[in-house]
Design a protein around this ligand. Structure first.
Ligand code: ADE
Length: 241
């Protein structure tokens, strides 16, 4: 079973996302264990202080090294796996993508550190952190929501968890955007479902979906097309467009 420890000074932010829907099911079914670790539990002073002023002056506070070192060491010592990957959520990290999600979903033990304030003491990065991850080119008030996003993307890929079909479809489409989806009713407020989807002809439906994926990707994310695995038929269709 995969284990994910999330080190944070605001565990409350992360309680909700892991208590609902698919992630809750993954936990209940024993695919993953997720522990919210309160960094303040690793302080020794009366005020449970986790941050301090930056050397050299300047704006904001910095997460102190001692609680983070002690927390990470403790979590590694109590791990069943011989390797624990330590990930720091920060806007300075590598931008997280589906390939990272796939790679990390094969790890046995992840420790995520949610950055806060102006950052963490540099010695934490140097000594403890294996990877720095950003969820996009914008700045959040802390790494907690980033950790929720990364955990969600990883957990849905855990082997055996999602229906095989869902992941097969995903690997088939690869880096293309998804085709449009429809459900009942067949006509709603005068808008009809494309007739091919009602035809029962699975070959035709597959081709229609593939074309729609290509069209959508061309229109919205042409950068993804460069990385996609395209057949001769795909390329012909794109020329037509
Ligand atoms: N913390 C602050 N901003 C972040 C971002 N964009 N990604 C991950 N962690 C963050």
């Amino acid at each position: 079973m995969m284990k994910i420890d999330v080190v944070t000074i605001f565990p409350g932010i992360l309680e909700g996302p892991f208590k609902e829907s698919m992630i809750k099911r993954a936990i209940d079914k024993g695919f993953v264990e997720i522990n919210l670790v309160d960094l303040r539990d690793y302080t020794h002073d009366q005020h449970r202080q986790v941050d301090d002023y930056p050397y050299g002056g300047g704006y904001g506070m910095v997460l102190k090294p001692e609680p983070l070192f002690e927390a990470i060491e403790d979590l590694k010592n109590h791990s069943d796996s011989h390797h624990s990957r330590v990930i720091l959520l920060t806007p300075q990290g590598k931008r997280f993508d589906q390939q990272d999600a796939r790679r990390l979903s094969t790890d046995a033990h992840l420790i995520m550190i949610c950055g806060r304030y102006e950052g963490v003491d540099e010695r934490v990065r140097i000594e403890l952190v294996d990877e720095e991850v950003s969820i996009g080119d914008f700045v959040l008030t802390g790494g907690e929501l980033g950790a929720a996003v990364v955990v969600d993307a990883i957990v849905r890929l855990l082997p055996g968890f999602l229906a095989e079909e869902a992941s097969a479809d995903e690997s088939f489409t690869g880096s293309l955007l998804e085709y449009p989806h429809y459900t009942r009713p067949a006509i709603y407020r005068g808008m009809a479902v494309p007739p091919v989807l009602l035809s029962g002809n699975h070959g035709e439906i597959s081709r229609w979906r593939r074309k729609q994926s290509l069209k959508r990707t061309q229109e919205r994310r042409p950068d993804l097309l460069k990385k996609a695995n395209l057949s001769k038929m795909d390329q012909d269709y794109l020329e037509e467009l």
